[in-house]
Design a binder for this molecule. Structure first.
Ligand SMILES: Cc1ncc(COP(=O)(O)O)c(C=O)c1O
Length: 388
């Protein structure tokens, strides 16, 4: 037996809870059980045909080679146009944008670029579970900023302020938020901007769910707030908006000096995003956009359906999401904590969910449900909840 000694950094990392649930769900499926999977964070619809065709065309043309580490210029230009026209922020496509193999990789690059051992990174609690592990991987210290379900998991600037120390280097915001669906409005971003400037804090702004916002809410990018372009690492991508999760394609926009340093991380790891995915992303941005409001409406209708139905199940409530395709369902009625709740649902009813505690202490007593199934299948979930 080889004497395997892992590096400390590997041992720091936890196994992703959502992957653990997915594996358990897959095992049940293998046994022939019908699993209702509410754990998976990706759209349940197909990638639009024009985008798929652009990929086929790209492959036929032989675009299968390395590209510039920053990504093909046409895509960077399309991203710059999008950011200017939709978000009101100007970035130079030559020097201030780079395309990454997924948003996850982009967030890791941002942390690797700024976080030294012991540097503190503020995370809104609950937040997407990979943030904390990525901070740990960079030997930083994740500092949770609690929020409350009874307040829609709204961010309180006073709670952020209380946790700022001389070691605070960055805050990660995700607007709207996975797992809570909470949206951050312009006024709140402005408040956040004030403290970021006052304390010289960088904002890693994960805008990956930008296009999934309900009730007529409009989206404001952190970088569009006065003075914030200089201290924001803007991250956005194609996985969620354009149903392109498996194509692993996203981007970073940041000031020139930051990008010219950060790009080294990509040069020495991924080299570039996959060329075919870049051409598909180019089509996503420059092709028809009528798909986007339709998709948003679909998620909003599902949110509304869940909202009406859950009120008819005695003892249950959820935090009505303002965006994304996630929601947090309170499980106090049938379990002492969220892990137990998630296990009961999977073991007894073959319903896969992620325990809220995986996203931080403020997520306890909740499970994250993904509204990525048709309403008639969701009805089965309500039937099961009634039995608890
Ligand atoms: C909040 C958040 N950020 C980033 C990502 C990463 O997306 P991708 O790597 O597919 O671009 C996800 C995926 O689930 C997410 O939920």
């Amino acid at each position: 037996m080889a004497d395997i000694r892992y590096a400390d950094r590997l041992l720091i990392l936890k196994n992703s809870s959502s992957i653990a649930v997915a594996e358990k769900a897959a095992a049940l499926k293998k046994q022939g059980k019908e699993v209702i999977d509410l754990s998976w964070g990706e759209p349940d619809i197909k990638t639009p045909e024009n985008i798929v065709n652009a990929g086929i065309e790209a492959l036929k043309k032989g675009y299968t080679r390395y590209t510039n580490s920053r990504g093909i210029l046409e895509l960077r230009e399309a991203i710059a146009n999008k950011l200017k026209n939709e978000n009101g922020v100007s970035y130079d496509p030559n020097t201030e944008i780079f395309v990454t193999p997924g948003g996850k990789q982009a967030i890791l690059y941002a942390l690797l670029a700024f976080i030294n051992k012991g540097d503190e990174v503020l995370l809104i609690d609950p937040s997407w579970l990979s943030y904390e592990d990525m901070v740990n991987l960079c030997e930083g210290v994740a500092v949770p900023v609690p929020t409350k379900p009874e307040e829609n998991f709204k961010i309180h600037i006073s709670e952020i302020k209380k946790r700022i120390t001389p070691k605070t280097r960055a805050i990660i915001i995700n607007n709207p938020c996975n797992p809570t669906g909470m949206a951050i409005d312009r006024a709140e971003l402005e408040e956040l901007a004030k403290i970021a400037e006052e304390h010289n804090i960088f904002v890693i702004s994960d805008e990956i769910y930008e296009k999934i916002l309900f009730d007529g809410r409009s989206f404001t990018s952190m970088a569009a707030i006065n003075g914030m372009r200089e201290r924001t690492i803007l991250i956005n991508g194609f996985s969620k908006s354009y149903a392109m999760t498996g194509l692993r394609i996203a981007y970073i926009a940041a000031p020139k000096n930051i990008v010219s340093n950060m790009i080294k991380l990509q040069q020495h790891s991924a080299s570039s995003a996959a060329s075919v995915s870049q051409y598909m992303a180019l089509e996503a941005l420059t092709g028809p956009q009528d798909f986007l409001p339709k998709l948003n409406k679909l998620y909003e209708t599902r949110r509304d359906y869940f909202d009406v139905k859950i009120k008819t199940v005695p003892g249950f409530s959820w935090v009505r999401p303002q965006g994304t395709f996630y929601g947090m369902l309170n499980t106090s009625k049938f379990a002492k904590n969220s892990l137990e709740a998630s296990n009961i649902l999977l073991d007894r009813f073959c319903i896969a969910t992620v325990p809220g505690s995986a996203f931080g202490a403020s997520g306890e007593n909740h499970i994250r449900v993904c509204l990525i199934i048709e309403n008639n299948i969701m009805d089965k979930v309500f039937e099961c909840l009634r039995q608890l």
